[in-house]
Design a protein around this ligand. Structure first.
Ligand code: SAM
Length: 279
C-alpha cells in the first residue's frame, strides 16, 4: 500500500483540474449535493464523479493507499492484508488476469467479448444500476460471471428517519454518489439486466471486525495511522497550512471537510441500525 507524503497530497489535489480552478470545482461539486437533488446528480453523474475523484484521489492515496475500497476484516489482520485478501477473493472467483478499464455505462467493446468482469465498490457510482449492469451483461460472453462488491443500504435503513437521511447524505457528498441503492434494488437491477444471481452475501454480518473500523475515531492503529482520529486531525491541520502557504490549491480544506464528513457518516451508518454494508 503506497503511502504518499504531504507534498504529493498537495500537488496531486485537483487531479486534472487546473490548480486555479480547484475552488470553483469544489463549489460546483458541493452544489450538486447541497442545492441539487438526486435526479440532477444522476443527469450530471459523469461530471460529478469526475470532479469528485479529481478532488479526492490524492487524499485517498495519502490516507488509505492505492486500493480505494473497504474490506470485511478478520481478527489479527491489518487493513492492508484485508484489502488484498478481498481483491484475491474476486480474482480467484473469476480466474482473473490483468484486464482493462472503461466507462461502465458505455463500454467501447463488442458484445460477448469478456470472460469475466469485476467491480469493487465502483458501480455504486452508476447513475442507473440497470443501465450499468446491462452494459456489463452485453460485453460478457454468455454464461460467464460478473462479480461485484456494491455499497448498499440494508433493510435497517428507514427513509423516513431524519438521522438515516442525514447519514446517507453525508456519505453521498463525501463519496461522490448520486444516490445509495438498497440491496433489493441492486439485486432486482441485476435480474432486470439479464443476470442470474448465483451468490450474494452481506459480508459485514459475520465479519469479526467491522469494515468501518479504520475510520472509527475510537480505534487506534499504527499500521493505518493516517485514517485514525489523530491521523485525520493531523491531515486536516496540515492541509490548512499547505493551503495557507499556497502549496495546496485554494479549496483543499473544503475537500478535506467533505471527506471527513463521509468518514463520520460511514462510521455512524455502520454502527447504527442504518448499516451501510458491503454486499
Ligand atoms: C471507490 S473507487 C474503487 C476503485 C477500485 N475498484 C479500487 O478498489 O481501488 C470507485 C472507482 O469507480 C470508478 N468509476 C466511477 N464511475 C465510473 C464509470 N462510469 N465507469 C468506470 N469507472 C467508474 C472511479 O474512477 C473509481 O476509481
Amino acid at each position: 500500500m503506497a503511502k504518499t507524503g504531504a507534498l504529493d497530497l498537495a500537488s496531486g489535489l485537483g487531479g486534472k483540474i487546473d490548480k486555479k480552478e480547484v475552488l470553483s470545482a469544489v463549489e460546483q461539486y458541493e452544489k450538486y449535493h447541497v442545492c441539487g437533488d438526486q435526479e440532477e446528480r444522476k443527469a450530471n453523474c459523469t461530471d460529478m464523479v469526475n470532479k469528485y475523484y479529481d478532488l479526492a484521489t490524492s487524499f485517498y492515496e495519502f490516507g488509505w493507499g492505492e486500493s480505494f475500497h473497504f474490506a470485511h476484516r478478520w481478527k489479527g489482520e491489518s487493513l492492508r492484508e484485508s484489502i488484498k485478501r478481498h481483491e484475491h477473493f474476486f480474482a480467484l472467483q473469476l480466474s482473473l488476469k490483468p484486464g482493462t478499464k472503461a466507462d461502465f455505462m458505455k463500454m467501447p467493446f463488442a458484445d460477448n467479448s469478456f470472460d469475466a468482469i469485476y467491480a469493487i465498490e465502483a458501480t455504486c457510482h452508476a447513475p442507473d444500476a440497470v443501465g450499468c449492469y446491462k452494459e456489463i451483461y452485453r460485453v460478457l460472453k454468455p454464461g460467464q460471471c460478473f462479480a461485484a462488491d456494491e455499497w448498499c443500504l440494508t433493510d435497517s435503513f428507514d427513509p423516513m428517519n431524519k438521522d438515516h437521511q442525514r447519514i446517507k447524505a453525508e456519505i453521498e457528498i463525501g463519496d461522490g454518489l448520486s444516490d445509495i441503492r438498497t440491496t433489493k434494488q441492486c439485486l432486482e437491477a441485476l435480474k432486470l439486466a439479464g443476470f442470474e444471481v448465483v451468490w450474494e452475501k452481506d459480508l459485514a454480518v459475520d465479519s469479526p471486525l467491522p469494515w468501518y473500523l479504520p475510520l472509527d475515531t475510537s480505534n487506534f492503529s499504527l499500521s493505518s495511522f493516517r485514517s485514525t482520529a489523530v491521523g485525520r486531525f493531523i491531515t486536516k491541520n496540515m492541509v490548512q497550512v499547505l493551503e495557507f502557504l499556497g502549496l495546496a490549491p485554494e479549496g483543499s480544506q473544503r475537500v478535506s471537510s467533505f471527506l471527513e464528513k463521509a468518514a463520520d457518516g460511514l462510521v455512524e451508518g455502520g454502527r447504527s441500525t442504518c448499516r451501510i454494508a458491503d454486499r
